[in-house]
Design a protein around this ligand. Structure first.
Ligand code: CP3
Length: 344
């Protein structure tokens, strides 16, 4: 595997003395250069749909920090928009969408095959990035997992407990499952096009997987991830898939084997020593430093970073945060984390 990019080597199962490193939300508001480009674009969605500027913000953290991977700049909520939902962002609050709670709401959505008209600029961003990234940097494409995307489509916004989505799941299971199937189909096509445009790895973000318990987790978090992975592996053999069933807890165990993904991303509620014994035994893991260290810094950041590197040092590992970096983070703390991972 000599000569291959560091991130791809970890995903292929190689144990490395220094793990590859990147960061969720690495292009974001904590960086002054991101805020400047976002202002130039006008607003967040205009930035997502502007290939030159979206590529520019993707490259910013690579230039500043030399991360081993770049993640396409886009959002998991572009799929609902491409299916025909209204989408807008309220500054300081987050996303808003038209809601889906009845069959007639669902009937307003278009077929999965229609999404590319809206999403073509995203594929163009991927093409620009695959030309412009340094040779050693891996390009990661992504999408939201069907359950997480559905929680936003049903409620029309982010919710603390995903209550409206759980209510629909129980009160109109048929409609809920039809919606999940539509998102699953669209996601397979969307990720496929990202791969065709140059994405070398794809990641499936299931940020709200933790609120699915027992059998519901198997049916609505694990099974859609398995379906997407199986379809992608058939169309694009050799393209690794990272899964992120956030807050899955004990259900992280066996998740990679059951879904066919190549790497499990761990949130920071998981103890790394436990995860090394129960999750990393099946292959590569990614994570799992708490994002708050990017705000507070200091010796705590260094200690926790070393603890994670140490816990995962006997198997394939991609160093990352347990969730996205927040806008109040200090860019100097990111450098401190990287120096600690790379220099010990
Ligand atoms: O990681 C990256 O750098 C790549 C780009 C990326 C964004 N969102 C950009 C973004 C990725 C991979 C996402 C994923 C995403 N989007 C998730 C899954 C991961 C997670 O955080 O749990 C979710 C749930 C969303 C939906 C979303 N997008 C919300 C809830 C919000 C508002 C909250 C917030 O942080 O402001 C967004 C907006 C968003 N997506 C921003 C960025 C950089 C901030 C937008 C801005 O510039 O104002």
């Amino acid at each position: 595997m000599a000569g291959q990019k560091k991130l791809l080597r970890a995903l292929a199962g190689e144990t490395q003395d220094v793990p590859p490193i990147w960061m969720m939300r690495q292009a974001g508001r904590y960086l002054p250069e991101y805020r400047a480009t976002r202002a130039e674009a006008g607003d967040f969605l205009s930035l997502c749909y502007n290939p030159e500027l979206a590529a520019e913000v993707t490259l910013q953290p690579i230039r500043r920090y030399g991360f081993d991977a770049a993640i396409l700049f886009a959002d998991i909520l572009l799929i609902p928009q491409a299916l025909g939902a209204d989408l807008w962002f309220v500054t300081g609050e987050g996303p808003r969408l038209s809601t889906i709670t009845t069959e007639s709401d669902f009937a307003k959505l278009g077929p999965a095959s229609d999404i590319h008209e809206t999403l073509n600029p995203i594929y163009e961003t991927v093409r620009i990035l695959s030309r412009e990234l340094p040779a050693e940097t891996t390009l990661i494409g992504f999408a939201g997992a069907p359950w997480t995307v559905a929680t936003y489509m049903i409620a029309g916004r982010g919710t603390p407990d995903q209550g409206p989505a759980h209510a629909l799941r129980m009160e109109n299971t048929a409609l809920f499952e039809t919606l999940l199937a539509r998102i699953t189909e669209a996601t397979i096509d969307y990720l496929s096009k990202q791969i065709e445009a140059g994405a070398e790895v794809v990641k499936i973000f299931d940020s709200w997987a933790g609120s699915l318990k027992g059998e519901a987790f198997q049916k609505y978090a694990l099974e859609p991830c398995r379906q997407i992975t199986a379809a992608l592996k058939e169309r694009h053999p050799g393209i690794p898939v990272i899964g992120f069933p956030r807050e899955a807890g004990e259900k992280y165990t066996g998740f990679a084997k059951a879904t066919g993904i190549d790497c499990v991303a761990l949130d920071n509620s998981v103890d790394p020593a436990w995860a090394a014994a129960h999750v990393q035994v099946d292959g590569c893991v990614q994570g799992n430093l708490a994002s708050r260290h990017m705000v507070s810094g200091g010796q705590d950041l260094v200690d926790d970073t070393r603890r994670i590197v140490e816990a995962f040092r006997n198997g394939p590992h991609i160093f990352n945060l347990g969730h996205g970096i927040t806008p109040d983070a200090d860019p100097a703390n990111v450098q401190l984390m990287i120096d600690t991972v790379r220099n010990g």
